[in-house]
Design a protein around this ligand. Structure first.
Ligand SMILES: Cc1cc2nc3c(=O)[nH]c(=O)nc-3n(C[C@H](O)[C@H](O)[C@H](O)COP(=O)(O)OP(=O)(O)OC[C@H]3O[C@@H](n4cnc5c(N)ncnc54)[C@H](O)[C@@H]3O)c2cc1C
Length: 291
């Protein structure tokens, strides 16, 4: 299949792009095109206008600003995966990108494209939630920030008005002593995860949990932060008993999504076994970095 006819626009600046989306009806923004083009080719989407934001330089880049990492929406996934700044500040992200699709797709695909496409199984909203990301968006009326917990308006639909463009996101940097792990189960390497988990943990010198972040993808429309476990694990010794607290919260997650191939029970089972493994791996790394 080929896409339905459309008019192609290539703005040179953010202001020009914001002007176009304010005046055009039935448009789609194209970033890396890795999700949009298949949907247009299958004619799931038939926009009258396609607005290519690839020439807008200010939308790309990775910077460290104080205790935060900022990733521009148009930053290619390959650039993030291979970034020394990211590897040092947030190794969870580097590990997550080793599981994201294939090199050819990461070469074109962008961070912002993934956050706006918002596939529930994607690693990218998941690590953004794990790192308490705040998403920056702009329209001609101004700019606003959306915490990742409020970013999913509904299934595969971000909290983005029709006159807004995502600019990037700010992610919290954890202490250098923290441990991390991103694990997932996918049918083939490079496929979207059926279920994935991101774990961050920081320990005290006597191996008690000082701070922990546990996030699942592939279980609901939005990434699921296990907030109750995160709170109750503070000051607990990082051992098997602590991990069992998390299993109880996973057991009680309501309405886990399912499809023709993967039942809710199967996803819950994956969530438990992956979280158990990822917590162990993150704790081992935290102990190594603490010693
Ligand atoms: C075979 C295959 C395997 C894949 N496997 C994985 C995987 O394992 N994990 C994973 O996370 N992803 C996977 N992907 C998806 C990949 O990460 C895409 O690159 C990503 O979902 C979309 O990024 P993009 O830059 O290509 O966006 P596009 O396809 O260009 O756009 C996607 C959507 O976001 C909107 N959009 C893009 N940028 C902006 C912006 N700045 N502001 C507002 N709206 C915007 C577009 O209008 C469109 O609706 C896979 C894709 C393929 C084809």
């Amino acid at each position: 299949m080929k896409p339905a006819p459309f008019t192609y626009h290539r703005p040179q600046s953010l202001n020009e792009a914001l002007g176009l989306i304010a005046q055009l009806d039935n448009y789609k923004i194209i970033a890396g095109g890795q999700s949009l083009m298949p949907m247009m080719n299958f004619r799931f989407l038939m926009p009258d206008h396609v607005i290519d934001i690839n020439l807008i330089k200010e939308l790309s880049g990775i910077t460290k600003e104080g205790n935060q990492l900022r990733i521009g929406a148009m930053t290619r996934q390959h650039a993030i995966h291979t970034s020394a700044i990211v590897q040092e500040a947030a190794p969870l992200i580097t590990e997550a990108y080793s599981l994201v699709s294939h090199r050819q797709i990461r070469n074109r695909g962008t961070y912002g494209g993934s956050l706006c496409h918002l596939d529930p199984s994607s690693e990218q909203p998941c690590f953004t939630a794990a790192l308490d990301g705040v998403i920056e968006v702009a329209s001609q009326e101004g700019r606003r920030e959306v915490p990742i917990a409020q970013w999913t308006a509904m299934y595969m639909t971000p909290d983005l008005a029709s006159n807004e463009i995502m600019l990037g996101a700010k992610l919290n940097i954890w202490p250098v002593t923290h441990g991390w792990s991103f694990m997932e189960y996918a049918r083939r390497h490079g496929d979207y995860a059926i279920v994935g988990v991101a774990v961050l943990v920081n320990l005290t010198k006597d191996s008690r949990i000082e701070k922990v972040s546990i996030t699942l993808c592939g279980v609901d429309a939005a990434p699921v932060r296990l907030n109750m476990s995160e709170t109750s694990l503070i000051n607990q010794v990082a051992d098997d008993a602590a991990i069992e607290v998390v299993m109880t919260e996973i057991e009680n997650i309501p309405n886990i999504m399912e499809d023709a191939l993967n039942t809710a029970d199967y996803r819950r089972h994956l969530a438990k076994s992956l979280t158990r493994r990822a917590m162990n791996a993150a704790i081992v790394r935290a102990k190594q970095r603490n010693s």
